[in-house]
Design a protein around this ligand. Structure first.
Ligand SMILES: Nc1ncnc2c1ncn2[C@@H]1O[C@H](COP(=O)(O)OP(=O)(O)OP(=O)(O)O)[C@@H](O)[C@H]1O
Ligand SMILES: [Mg+2]
Length: 333
């Protein structure tokens, strides 16, 4: 059974500026299933809705973000959770940190700059579980970081004494202190030198292979996504335009948007390829695309047809992956 079943999620930001209200549907009908022991990559250009999706998956919902419809169902073996209707106290006590850990975009903020790393571990464990015996807590924490391949001495340092890559790995060690079933990692390698990226993504591999942890790995960096993901989804303006096994989607992309990126789709020599999508300045294009009727990519697509501008494209299963595109419907083929 799937660890996570996400069904037809629609989520939007409703804001009001000078009395004019604006609504951006940042997640527009996304469905996916995630299994135990699986790394699922989510990639897409800036403002495609990746962080919004992960906020909903982690139950971090506050205005102006609201879920309009959909279902977010977790099965943790011993208990199940419906994220959109869970009691906030239950979420805090039994789910956050213990079953689902969220490594936020720019996660350095989880580390307190004036406290040694061990103190941060202590605070988190004290708050969520309690520490009956300080000595065994210290010993277990040392073993925990060591198991993840980090030198236990990092615990005696302040965050500013660590490199960016090491801080990020510490943030992941912190996120896994209660052995959660799922890690939601939002751009964990974006602030880190290419040379250190592998150390971070290898940590996710290790967690998957040795502790059965599943990971949703959000990134702009297709090279690392290719390297560690089992499956991947490509997002564009709140849609998933293409999803499936990572080799299928990145080696033989079918959606014109994924194809546009093919130039820089990584080959097995992962280290040669570092950056995929350049940040794109969107402004009014962004707003227009979000509110576009029909396919969000129609304004940029070289294969655009009349039908693309009239209604949302269907999700079509082709060669083991799902593509949201009229090019692959029976009428077009
Ligand atoms: N707090 C907010 N209020 C209003 N709109 C927001 C808010 N946060 C995000 N948005 C809008 O929602 C859309 C999706 O944003 P989101 O942050 O989910 O994208 P992303 O794919 O994570 O981008 P990036 O790669 O830059 O992190 C964007 O159009 C963004 O402007
Ligand atoms: Mg983001």
């Amino acid at each position: 059974m799937a660890l996570l079943q996400l069904e037809d999620l629609h989520a939007c930001y409703r804001t009001e500026v000078y009395g004019i209200s604006r609504s951006v549907r940042a997640v527009d009908g996304v469905s996916l299933e995630l299994y135990e022991n699986e790394i699922y990559g989510i990639a897409g250009e800036s403002s495609s809705g990746k962080t919004t999706l992960i906020k909903v998956l982690s139950g971090t919902l506050k205005p102006p973000l609201r879920v309009e419809s959909g279902r977010v169902h977790y099965n943790f073996g011993s208990f199940a959770v419906d994220m959109l209707s869970i009691d906030p106290e239950e979420l805090r006590q039994n789910v956050r940190w213990k079953q689902i850990s969220y490594v936020m975009q720019g996660s350095m903020s989880v580390l307190n700059p004036v406290r040694k790393i061990m103190r941060t571990f202590e605070e988190i464990v004290r708050t969520h579980q309690g520490i009956p015996d300080k000595k065994s807590f210290v010993e277990q924490t040392r073993q925990h970081v060591q198991r993840l391949g980090l030198p236990p001495d990092v615990l005696d340092l302040y965050p500013h004494q660590l490199s960016g890559g090491m801080r990020q790995r510490v943030a992941i060690a912190l996120a896994t202190v209660f052995h959660p079933s799922l890690i939601l990692a939002d751009e964990p390698v974006s602030m880190v030198d290419a040379s250190l990226r592998m150390a971070i993504v290898n940590l996710f591999k290790k967690l998957r292979d040795e502790q059965n942890v599943s990971v949703i790995y959000i990134t702009h960096d297709l090279a690392t996504a290719y390297y560690i993901s089992d499956r991947i989804a490509i997002m564009l303006r709140g849609y998933v335009v293409e999803s499936g096994p990572v080799e299928q989607v990145l080696d033989k992309p079918l959606h014109p948007y994924t194809q546009l990126l093919q130039e820089s789709v990584p080959r097995p020599a992962v280290s040669e390829r570092t950056q995929w999508a350049r940040p794109i300045e969107l402004g009014s294009t962004e707003v227009k695309e979000y509110s576009r009727v029909g396919c969000k990519y129609a304004g940029r697509c070289p294969h655009v047809m009349d039908v693309c501008k009239q209604a949302d494209p269907p999700d079509v299963v082709v060669e083991g992956r799902t593509v949201k595109c009229y090019l692959y419907t029976n009428d077009a083929r």
